[in-house]
Design a protein. Structure first.
Length: 247
């Protein structure tokens, strides 16, 4: 059995979260593939370098200078932070990106809101490198930076990368969030299908950064993932959260 865990970049700023995540991976009864973001650290490095952070409808505009920062942070700083944390609890982890072993291929994302630069969308996932690592007892830690057919690295949304990987592995996908699930009137919704998700988005119940997470969860099921769930760190190994199901 296997599970893909997706964690956001904001959580990586919290040492207690990183430590708890490492313990959760160590305690998991299933093999784990970690996919991570790093948006907060990217913003911080861009600020220190004097590079403006530009966004169009919430998506980062990634010009050539920003792409260099994205690659440094995601493939270096954030990735190795997790590798070290896992090593600290006895989990042998290997940090890779979507570029390694042709794991993720992509193309430029065309947005009607404007040119996003080197922001891509996943077109294919070849998980052979993940199988090789897992079969040899290693835990893959995956940065979502991926390659186009022209061998140009692109900034990929980590939710989408995790969705594509879980689909290609035909395994479960768990989004680890700072909330215990999708909340409505203060209560966790135990399960949601696509039509219910669409209704909740229209009602303003699911908003902001939760929207790409729930859409990626549903997309993972369509790509071949066996399950998709959104939960907080405390519920990773104890059940709970919101489970997404096909209509």
């Amino acid at each position: 059995m296997m599970q893909v865990y997706k964690i956001g970049g904001n959580e990586l700023d919290d040492p207690a979260f990183v430590s708890g995540l490492a313990q959760a991976v160590f305690a998991s009864a299933e093999a784990v593939v970690l996919v991570h973001g790093g948006g907060k650290a990217i913003n911080q490095l861009q600020d220190r370098l004097g590079l403006p952070v530009q966004k169009v409808q919430g998506q980062r505009v990634t010009d050539p200078a920003a792409m260099q920062v994205v690659e440094m942070v995601l493939c270096g700083q954030s990735n190795k932070l997790l590798v070290r944390a896992l090593a600290g609890v006895g989990v042998p982890a290997v940090g890779i990106s979507g570029q390694d072993g042709n794991l993720l291929r992509c193309e430029k994302l065309l947005s009607p809101a404007g040119d996003l630069g080197f922001v891509g969308r996943v077109t294919a996932c070849q998980p052979a490198i993940l199988h090789t690592l897992l079969e040899n007892g290693f835990t893959p830690v995956v940065s979502p930076v991926s390659l186009s057919a022209e061998l140009q690295p692109y900034n990929i949304n980590a939710d989408e990368a995790a969705s594509a990987i879980a689909g290609a592995l035909h395994t479960g996908l768990t989004f680890i969030s700072n909330v215990p699930g999708v909340l409505h009137a203060g209560n966790v919704l135990p399960s949601l299908n696509r039509s219910q998700v669409d209704d909740l988005i229209a009602q303003g119940v699911i908003t902001d950064g939760m929207i790409p997470k729930v859409q990626a969860a549903l997309a993972a099921l369509e790509r071949g993932a066996t399950t998709a769930r959104l939960v907080n760190l405390a519920g990773v190994n104890s059940g709970g959260g919101t489970v997404f199901v096909r209509d």
